[in-house]
Design a protein around this ligand. Sequence first.
Ligand SMILES: [Zn+2]
Length: 162
Amino acid sequence: MRDTPYKNLAVKKTRNGLGIFTKVAFGIGKTIFRINGTRKHYTTLLRRGGTFLDNCFRVSENYYLSPEGHIGVYLNHSCEPNARVIKKGSKLFVYAITNIPADAEVLIDYSTITAGDDIWTMRCNCGHKACRGLVTNFYKLPHALQEKYKTLHIVPKYITDI
Ligand SMILES: [Zn+2]
């Protein structure tokens, strides 16, 4: 990886491939890491598709961040997340939304960074009892879950604004 080593994080085997694990505890609201990557126009995602597309993070109306070669490529989804994405300027950061102990996987809900015009979906096998089975864009989530996520301010404003 091209990132400087993250002394508080480790990449390890998890349920479905590799994931990002804490080496120390992160309190609620703490920054866990910045998602480094390369900005890509959405037409590049459509052209390349596959895993490349799956790994990209929405950053604006027309652009996504490809974390290829960086730790963000291992950021997995859970239907019961312990982290969220926040945008500061043009940069994306991952924050703890619960108190995360050491040696826990850092997990976001991909639906929270998938805007209304994203047609991308992903089968989910996260293993949580609340698993939705299919990850969709935010507006296709059950209404009660949308309200819960809005109340918790888990969905970045730039996603709901698109
Ligand atoms: Zn799930």
